[in-house]
Design a protein around this ligand. Structure first.
Ligand SMILES: [Zn+2]
Length: 263
């Protein structure tokens, strides 16, 4: 063995050592990848089982599965069953639900409405401009608290008293126009009284409000069912689908909900 072969074998020895080390680290990497894949699969299986359990539990508790799937697709900030209270019935025989919560937004003119109806309401009022001499119809009454509703009723009773009605008659007459506190749709934040420059705007609203999800709530033809005299200015949000159905079939909310609440 001369110097050069000794050198060569040393080189070979050193070369043969390095690949072994590389093979070891490759094996380690493969093992790490395998383990993390297994862990990932485990987590996915766990989440899948949990989702299935949630769905079957929801189904057992009576909520529709379709609702669950839809609500899962919504951002968490949106209440899960927000469309259900668009159809809440508040009339002289049905009071506001206890602990009713509402998030409010101010409309031009200063009144407040349920934030969810702000956009459809503004779209409707903008569209109504044309039939209102170019002016934006004004919301003169939106959301009311229990106290505001009481004040409005007291004021109306006073009006009848000053016209010479007995106190019983005055109250009866007032209640045909103003709901008892706790029994006004205005307390939902989903109803508005609209002031137009001309009557044309009310005709326009009766024919077109459903496109924006609002209904002409108190038609004179339905007073026995609604308990309220005709109010051309009062509009209630129920959502486009329900509003369209009520408009096309000529139903008031009580009829649409399949209820005959008249005493
Ligand atoms: Zn009203």
């Amino acid at each position: 063995m001369n110097h050069s072969t000794q050198y060569a074998s040393r080189r070979m020895a050193s070369y043969s050592y390095k690949p072994r080390r590389r093979r070891n680290s490759r094996k380690l990497a493969v093992r790490v990848i395998r383990l993390s894949t297994l862990a990932l699969l485990g987590v996915m299986a766990y989440l899948g089982i949990r989702l299935l359990l949630t769905l079957s539990l929801t189904r057992e508790s009576g909520t529709s599965v379709q609702w669950t799937l839809e609500s899962n697709a919504l951002p968490p900030s949106i209440p899960q069953d927000e469309s259900s209270d668009y159809l809440l019935l508040v009339n002289p025989w049905n009071s506001l639900p206890e602990d009713y919560q509402v998030t409010l937004t101010q409309v031009p003119g200063g009144e407040l409405v349920d934030s969810r109806i702000y956009q459809p309401l503004m779209d409707m009022l903008e569209a109504a401009r044309e039939s209102n001499l170019g002016a934006l119809p004004v919301v003169v009454s939106g959301y009311r608290t229990q106290e505001t509703q009481q004040e409005i009723l007291d004021q109306k009773i006073e009006e009848y008293l000053s016209q010479g009605y007995s106190s019983q008659e005055a109250e009866e007459q007032a209640l045909l126009l103003v709901a008892k506190p706790g029994y006004s749709e205005h307390q939902l934040g989903l109803a508005v009284d609209i002031n137009g420059e001309v009557y044309d705007v009310y005709t326009w609203l009766m024919e077109n409000s459903y496109r924006y999800g609002f209904i002409f709530r108190y038609s004179g033809e339905k007073t026995e069912l609604t308990g309220i005299s005709q109010e051309v200015w009062h509009y209630r949000y129920v959502g486009v689908e329900a509003a369209t159905e009520m408009y096309e079939q000529g139903l008031c909310l009580e009829e649409y909900l399949g209820l005959n609440t008249a005493a």
